[in-house]
Design a protein around this ligand. Structure first.
Ligand SMILES: NC(=O)c1ccc[n+]([C@@H]2O[C@H](COP(=O)([O-])OP(=O)(O)OC[C@H]3O[C@@H](n4cnc5c(N)ncnc54)[C@H](OP(=O)(O)O)[C@@H]3O)[C@@H](O)[C@H]2O)c1
Length: 283
């Protein structure tokens, strides 16, 4: 039996892990939200690890407000850099393997081909920088780590682009969605399964992995497919715009190359449209 702690259990990925992990009988899961396990509180983290005997820790907790991070970098670095650094040191002391989730925003978005794990990182905003430094802190303090970079997360739990689109369309709001960024929407359910596959495999080499669903699109393309699948495409007021102002700059291209993950785990990828249809059945 593998004993697995999930930090950030009430986020959209954390809740997806809670949803799927009863299918992994070989794993005894313990889920902790921020109140029980705060990345900003090293003493509490240490106590949680001292009182339990974990084999793995999945860190799905993070400061994820990309625009707000520009105004409050201290909060972003506390959760996304200093937190993972404490966590890595504690995992090293307790011989726990850390599975840490990172982001496509560690890249600057100037590429025209999918980013593989060897591409140098160059974040363009505070959120991406705080996540990049979190990755580095883990690499500096803990050999037994998996850093999984993913992109454009959405799922059946919590707030995300999918739930926002459906809510606004339900209020008859006119929607103007950007075509400026190219990336891959990724279901939190598929990411949760990918994480559990990595833990189940046991023999995957430590290091950085990219995991997303398959098929580049834009936010407008994603919105169009949401309304096609929800049956609202003929009634919703949906328009595209190349430029949509946001406080934080986003990478214009952030498609991840998933070959390393798929070949290591021996699993196929899944197109984001197919993943979306599964998520829609759970709303
Ligand atoms: N969302 C995306 O599009 C996206 C894309 C690529 C990568 N990622 C990465 O994927 C991971 C999961 O993201 P998500 O979308 O599931 O995020 P989310 O829904 O925003 O959930 C993050 C969770 O982390 C918790 N948290 C915040 N600060 C914490 C702290 N100091 N200690 C412990 N928990 C803390 C939050 O709790 P509170 O609600 O109480 O603050 C929340 O429950 C993150 O590492 C994120 O950086 C996300």
């Amino acid at each position: 039996m593998k004993h697995v702690l999930v930090i950030g259990a009430n986020g959209q990925l954390g809740q997806s892990l809670q949803h799927i992990t009863d299918q992994y009988a070989e794993c005894a899961m313990m889920f902790m939200g921020r109140a029980q396990c705060d990345l900003g509180d090293p003493h509490q983290l240490e106590a949680v690890f001292a009182q339990n005997n974990f084999d793995y820790c999945i860190n799905s907790g993070a400061y994820t407000a990309v625009d707000l991070a520009e105004k409050d970098p201290e909060a972003a670095f506390k959760a996304n850099t200093q937190g993972p650094e404490h966590l890595a040191k504690i995992c090293a002391a307790h011989q726990v393997t850390l599975v840490h989730i990172s982001t496509d925003y560690v890249f600057d978005g100037t590429a025209t081909e999918p980013y593989d794990e060897s591409t140098p990182t160059a974040p363009i905003g505070v959120y991406g920088k705080s996540k990049q430094e979190g990755e580095q802190a883990i690499q500096n303090h803990l050999k037994e780590h998996y850093i999984i970079r993913t992109s454009w997360l959405y799922g059946p739990f919590g707030n995300n682009f999918l739930t926002t689109m459906l809510r606004l369309a339900g209020q008859n709001k006119a929607l103007t969605i950007t075509t400026e960024q190219i990336g891959v929407p990724t279901s939190t359910l598929d990411l949760a399964r990918a994480i559990m596959a990595l833990i189940s495999k046991e023999t995957a080499p430590y290091g950085v992995y990219h995991y997303s669903n398959e098929g580049p699109t834009t936010w407008y393309g994603f919105a169009k497919e949401i309304f096609t699948q929800s049956g609202q495409i003929d009634t919703v007021q949906l328009a595209s715009t190349e430029y949509y102002p946001t406080f934080a700059e986003r990478p214009k291209y952030s498609v991840l190359d998933n070959h390393k993950f798929k070949s290591t785990l021996g699993i196929p990828g899944r197109h984001w449209r197919e993943a979306l249809s599964e998520v829609m059945t759970l709303l």
